[in-house]
Design a protein around this ligand. Sequence first.
Ligand code: LLP
Length: 433
Amino acid sequence: MHSFRYIQNRLHCESTDLESLAQKHGTPLYVYSKETITSHFTRLDGALNEVDHLICYAVKANSNLAVLHTIAKLGGGFDIVSGGELFRVLKAGGSASKCTFAGVGKTRGEIEFALHEGIYSFNAESESELRHLNQIAGDLGKKAPVALRVNPNVDAGTHAKITTGKKENKFGVEFERVIDAYAAVAQDCPHLEIRGVQMHIGSQLTSIDPFVQAVQKVAPLVEQLKEKHQLQFFSIGGGIGIVYRESLDSGDPSWWGDKPESDRPLTIGAYASALVPLLAPLKLRILLEPGRFMVGNAGALLTKVLHLKQGGAKKFVIVDAGMNDLIRPTLYEGWHQIAPLNKPATNTLEKVDVVGPICETGDFLAQDRELPPVHEGDTLAVLSAGAYGFTMASNYNTRPMPAEILVDGTKAHVVRERQTLDDLIRGEHIPSD
Ligand code: LLP
């Protein structure tokens, strides 16, 4: 489901005309739909109502305070990976008691901060980290709540750079060692309190099978550990894939019915009906850590066409957003739909590369893409850019980060101002000669 569609031939986010936003706030510009985020949260929440559960939104997907605030108000928790993300959650009105803290390399400062704020669980990724947590909690006279991330050695069938649940990945503790690791915690770590078990096998999964395989493999282990260590929760991680090819003419979520298998979303109905029966018998609190599912389709990056250029072998559409604004196409071969804000009158298509202004050959938003004719000065929407878009943006080539807008019906709130040139050099100093 998403809230971007043509109304009277002009692309809108909810009831807001995107061209007017581009004109008012400039480009590149990230625009998010509050309606989409809310609908995704409530649909997932509803699909899981047969089990005690908590949706811990993966902050790394989109950490804008307004997005976090929206999710906190819906009752969501958060999965964080740094002290910085915890700081954001607290500023947005979220509570540490609904946060899990993931990541293979947490620092002492981050651990102390999270302990002080009353984090729900540190999801530890190694025996060494457990010892480190035990030491720090002891120093502070506290008990650190922990879960161990299990690496189930299941292939998520996704892009290599976002596969996390295989033996050769750096994540989690090897399946075969998990029982011993929990026993060691119980025996040797008086400053740790075991709370749960966690796993996360990868991102942008478009099939239910790897999820089922992983849950089937890990659930018996959880059952065993539950008895011994009074577990409270089992987190099955995030990873729910989204559709990157959207229909802009219909808000009807069933439009994908005639699409090839690879383009079909992993529907929430299918996800819940396959997993809930496997999870319910555990009688534990089930945690989920969706990032992309919650915000991916909720965002678009608006960019202006600066030039058209015929190269020796290709035609280039040069736009004002680059790989520093949206790195997914070049980093993961990520495919983002690109649509003109004014609906084209013809069905004619032309094959082009949509490229940015960065001085790198890898600076593209799309390659060999069939687009309707575009003209200099047109504004294009790069869709499904709500997840891992702005959060992965950088100042490379000393380019200010785009502004971010949260649309709510006809209202458009600036939820992050565009960076200024002064912002770019803040904190830098020239030593005196
Ligand atoms: N939980 C853990 C422990 C994770 O590492 C991640 C994502 C998630 C949850 C959320 O996964 P999601 O539901 O969003 O798939 N930048 C890449 C994706 C990196 C994902 C990293 N971990 C991209 O743009 O495709």
